[in-house]
Write a protein that binds this ligand. Structure first.
Ligand code: SF4
Length: 387
């Protein structure tokens, strides 16, 4: 049940070629091929962010880099500069289709990397395939899956010595091989369309699966595995978290001095080959930092729909979030920063005024209403009431 002013649902994401207007200018999404920026590309994006935007970069829950505050009159010039960096698709339809997320812990030529490469090429070539704007693929073929909690419509995961393809929302899938994975994934995308998964061009796989179940050939059971990413040394490099998924462009440029950069869906960057990273503005390098327990959307004034600022409050409340819990502060009921349920959610209902929701989404029924930001700061134990 919605408890605040109804947020506007756009149903599409701010791509580079179809940017979205926000409170601080255009938001332009860079969908880096295979989720990776070379050091030169990272430095280039950082320079362009400062030249054409407000010098702030976000990383999205789909592992895309978003350039904020882009001046409308600079859009065309920026697109050309990004094209020179190899970061722009031939047209907006290709960009929309090439929505492939790969588990960040890949090595060149392994199943994850090879299948993601093949699938990206196949989707680019599939000019007859028109999928909804948010429809995406997760290639997650490491020993343990790490993307099961990340939004995607079609998933390819490890299954013992082979691989499994499954539709999001299904707890069974179809066994595939390294060779058959890409054509089978495309066939499943076509099945989704044929089954009426995208009436009026919008829809997600898990909704279709809830209505009619997976295809009959998807009979192998899938195990669920929880994964929580933490900053620190990992296979292939070092993970650095970004406070609220955002960093100054200068931080990205400085990180590029330590290696190529992989974008992750966990609001973290993986710097290839790096063993230690410097403390830079916007980075969280300590796995026990309380800011890792809070998420907050852009809020006011950066988002036109926001009823209140969000991030200062989230930062102030972070040390008071109970161990093992998580706080989501949302500028409106849309809940962009955390579309699923969170243990604690504060949804803005007016300027510096919030509703508290427990174990729900930003649009769910609140436990308490009309909590001012000042009252929450003065008495953060309010977050624990009713638990
Ligand atoms: S949830 Fe936040 S970012 Fe999303 S529309 Fe509402 S205020 Fe804007």
């Amino acid at each position: 049940m919605s408890s605040a002013a109804e947020p506007k649902v756009y149903g599409w994401c701010p791509g580079a070629l179809r940017p979205m207007i926000s409170g601080d200018g255009l938001v332009l999404r860079v969908r880096a091929p295979l989720g990776k920026l070379s050091a030169a590309q990272a430095r280039g994006v950082a320079r362009l962010s400062e030249e054409f935007g407000n010098g702030l970069l976000d990383i999205s829950a789909r592992a895309n880099l978003q350039m904020r505050g882009i001046r409308e009159d600079a859009h065309a010039e920026l697109i050309e500069a990004l094209r020179d960096l190899g970061l722009i698709d031939p047209d907006a339809n290709v960009e929309a289709r090439r929505n492939v997320l790969l588990a960040p812990f890949w090595s060149a030529g392994d199943d994850t990397h090879a299948i993601a490469t093949g699938l990206s090429a196949a989707l680019t070539a599939a000019t007859d395939l028109t999928l909804p704007g948010k429809f995406g693929f997760a290639i997650d073929c490491g020993a343990e899956p790490v993307l099961q909690d990340t939004a995607a419509d079609i998933r390819i995961e490890r299954y013992g010595s082979t691989l499994i393809l499954r539709a999001d929302g299904a707890d069974t899938g179809k066994l595939v091989t390294h060779e058959s994975a890409v054509p089978e994934a495309l066939a499943l995308a076509r099945w989704f369309l044929e089954q009426g998964g995208a009436p009026e061009g919008r829809g997600r796989m898990h909704r279709l699966i809830a209505r009619r179940g997976p295809p009959a050939a998807h009979a192998a059971p899938v195990a669920r595995t929880a994964f929580t990413a933490k900053p620190g040394t990992v296979f292939a490099g070092t993970l650095a978290a970004l406070e609220f998924g955002q960093m100054p462009a200068a931080t990205l440029a400085q990180l590029a001095d330590h290696g190529d950069i992989r974008l992750t869906p966990w609001r973290m960057l993986l710097v290839e080959g790096a063993e230690n990273l410097p403390h830079l503005p916007g980075l969280i390098l300590d796995a026990t930092d309380p800011r890792l327990q809070v998420v907050a959307c852009t809020g006011a004034p950066g988002c036109l729909q926001a009823l209140s600022p969000t991030r200062d409050l989230a930062r102030d409340l972070a040390p008071h979030v109970p161990a093992g819990s998580r706080l989501h502060v949302s500028g409106c009921a849309k809940g962009c920063a955390c579309p699923g349920a969170a243990p604690l959610t504060l949804t803005a209902t007016g300027k510096n005024e919030f509703s508290l929701i427990r174990n729900g989404t930003a649009a769910d029924q609140p436990l308490k209403t009309r909590l001012s930001a000042d009252a929450l700061r003065a008495a953060p134990e309010l977050l624990k009431e009713g638990s």
